[in-house]
Design a binder for this molecule. Structure first.
Ligand code: MTE
Ligand code: MO
Length: 350
């Protein structure tokens, strides 16, 4: 099992390792098993000696900190948050038929996963360091050097101070009640619920209070859309089973998936159709595991024989609907394809 992942991972790149599970592996589980959780890396996995590892907090702070993991665990209260992480490139493959996107991985539907994260609140650590009034952003730096950056540099990014001091943002050492795997950032990673995965910096070893956004390549150049750094995640849903290309028996068929809505909003309605939206049926929405996690949904459709496209779309509690087509969303890096979900299956009568 390479990197602790299941054998049937779709590996987009071996080195650095970039892989997602078949979408069915994510279906019907609120927490994604660690062996199926997507892995997105811009550099080689770093080698970190936990005995010499320190977290440094500096920049616009009154008190610089240098903390071992044990000190972090002793001095601050432990908190747990269930949060979905989604890569900005999730569903990029839906853009590729419109115009090609060279040099970016053709992620399918599984560059999104949900875990129960435990650690300390970033805000508690920032309070100990006493951010000064000049600090408008908080930067996170990792040790892994990204050769795809211009120029090559360690991975980093930043979030606005209002988000950095919110209760849900963690410095986590545990994932699904297990020690954080090195692939996911051990000994310590940032988890920024509600924000695009790129801000949840793995192997974080330095946190800085800054007056402006980070000038790291992954904040200042990549992970931007229409000039803005991508922050909050856009309203989206997807089908997790059946998988694209499956062969099924016509008749009653279960369709399941997830929906994800913006901060403070709820899933109002998920609709599923097997006839291009002429007839839509409402899916049942699963219980909420927490405000930062996806909502699973399911329904049963009556699958006609032949080549069938199954469609799903979500509306949030503010009345917003995800955009219908990927065409209007296409962008040169292929970020945030939150268009209506589709899978194509073939079915036959028995
Ligand atoms: N240090 C570091 N942190 C990182 C990355 C990285 O390459 N290096 N990738 C980011 C991106 S783009 C995403 S989507 C998430 C992926 O987290 P995962 O690999 O645990 O799923 O981590 C983010 N944090
Ligand atoms: Mo990402």
């Amino acid at each position: 099992m390479a990197h602790g992942k299941r054998e049937d991972m779709v590996v987009h790149q071996e080195e650095p390792y970039n892989a997602e599970a078949p979408r069915r592996a994510l279906a019907e589980q609120q927490l994604t098993p660690l062996d199926s959780f997507y892995s997105r890396n811009h550099g080689a996995f770093p080698r970190i000696d936990p005995r010499t590892w320190r977290l440094r907090v500096d920049g616009h702070v009154e008190r610089e900190l240098d903390l071992t993991l044990a000190q972090l665990q002793e001095r601050f209260a432990q908190h747990t948050v269930v949060a979905t992480l989604q890569c900005a490139g999730n569903r990029r493959n839906g853009f590729l038929g419109i115009r090609s996107i060279p040099d970016e991985a053709p992620w399918g539907s599984a560059a999104i996963s949900t875990a129960r994260w435990s650690g300390v609140r970033l805000n508690d650590v920032l309070a100990a360091a006493r951010l000064t009034e000049q600090a408008e952003h908080v930067e996170f730096l990792g040790p892994d050097v990204a050769q795809d950056a211009r120029p090559p540099q360690p991975y980093g990014s930043s979030i606005p101070v209002a988000k950095a001091t919110a209760d849900e943002v963690l410095l986590a050492w545990s994932m699904n009640d297990q020690p954080l795997p090195v692939e996911h950032g051990a000994p310590l990673r940032v988890v920024v619920p509600g924000y695009v995965g790129a801000r949840s910096v793995k192997w974080v070893h330095r946190i800085r209070g800054l007056a402006d956004e980070s000038d790291n390549y992954f904040q200042a150049v990549a992970y931007r859309l229409r000039g803005e750094a991508i922050g909050t995640v856009a309203l989206t849903c997807d089908i997790l089973s059946p998988d694209d290309g499956e062969q099924l028996i016509a008749g009653p068929t279960s369709v399941t998936g997830y929906a994800l809505v913006g901060e403070g909003l709820d899933v109002a309605r998920v609709e599923v159709s097997v006839d291009a939206g002429n007839n839509l049926q409402e899916a049942t929405i699963d219980d909420q595991v927490g405000p930062w996690a996806w909502r699973l949904w399911w329904t049963s459709v009556n699958l006609p024989p032949g080549e069938v496209q199954i469609l799903a779309r979500v509306r949030d509690s503010a009345g917003a609907m995800q955009p219908e087509s990927a065409e209007q969303l296409w962008n040169p890096k292929g970020y945030v394809n939150n268009s209506w979900a589709h899978v194509h299956v073939s079915s036959y009568a028995v």
